[in-house]
Ligand binder design. Sequence first.
Ligand code: ZN
Length: 377
Amino acid sequence: MESDDVSITVLDIGGTHLRWAPWSAGNGLGEIRRGPSPSIARHREASVGELRAMLVRDMSGAVPPGGVAGVSFGAALDHRTGIVYGSAPLWGAHVGRFDLRTALQEARPDVRWHIVNDVTAALLHLAGSKAAAGLRKIMLVTVSTGIACRTIDQRTGRIAVDGSGLQGEIGHLPACVTLDGVPVELDCDCGAPGHVAAFSSGPGLRRLADVVRHADGDSWAASDLTARLAAGEDFEPALRAALDGGDPLAGKLLGLSAKPIADVVRTALCLDPEIDLIALTGGVAVGLGEHYRAALLGHLTRDGLYLTSAHDPGWIPDRVVISDADGLIGAGLAALRGEERLAPVRGEERLAPVRGEERLAALRGEERLAPVRGEER
Ligand SMILES: [Zn+2]
């Protein structure tokens, strides 16, 4: 272990669970502990202020005196300021922004807090893996309860953001899905109609199943997916098993749900040819694995990139993989980057800290990441 191997407490804050562990670049993750998130679903009587105070108390209690904390937070937030733009699973819809960093600093002024969005944290883990070495830009797309993506420029370590500190909130882009030529109308969890997440998130996939059931009752009644659901299987394992067995209706359903994601991936590759890798992660993409990748590539093969896909049919498939990534490790890497930024500036000013890059380079090949499927690099 290096003498300057900083020990960091890493925390992963989700809508259902909190996880935390000690982590260092040299020793990796220690024992992971977990507990329930203080969410509105668990504490229906509590106010948003009380829920936030419980969260700050729980997070503060996980970090030893004088420690450094890296936080992966499952909500849209500005990591430059630590301001969270609401979290429907934790606090319900439309409750306004929350200055999480200030609240944590007031509760534990002895701790240096570094907060990033969970998609950013997962991307940082992927960016430090062998699969990402030597690439120009990497996009990570999470397909789970919610949907979002982030792109990092590996040459500088930069994750560019807009004026609100955000990037890649693709779940709330407009999307179009048609069933037998008729546009499907579904509302997003944010309340707006027809967003990507309305069709492509885990809950969106289940809503689409209801649409298919009503539109094509005969196919629905004859499908293996229906038989499995009737036998009491949970939706996602039932869908996976039906896909394994080649059930046509399950394939059609997944194809519909993956279409908005395929549209985003196609547009991303069209606008930024420096994206060398697009990794899909999150419960839906990882749970359905190669079925998900095949559904995505089905769309992208039928409707690919103008000229490029004709000249080089492998251009898109070579770039699309399903990959697991751990937000806890990413939170540690984010904290390391933050610590380097806090250090006195040495030499010329740079966009990304030199030592941080060296650390990330050193981590390549050391951090454990689930095998990247769908490509050989
Ligand atoms: Zn939305």
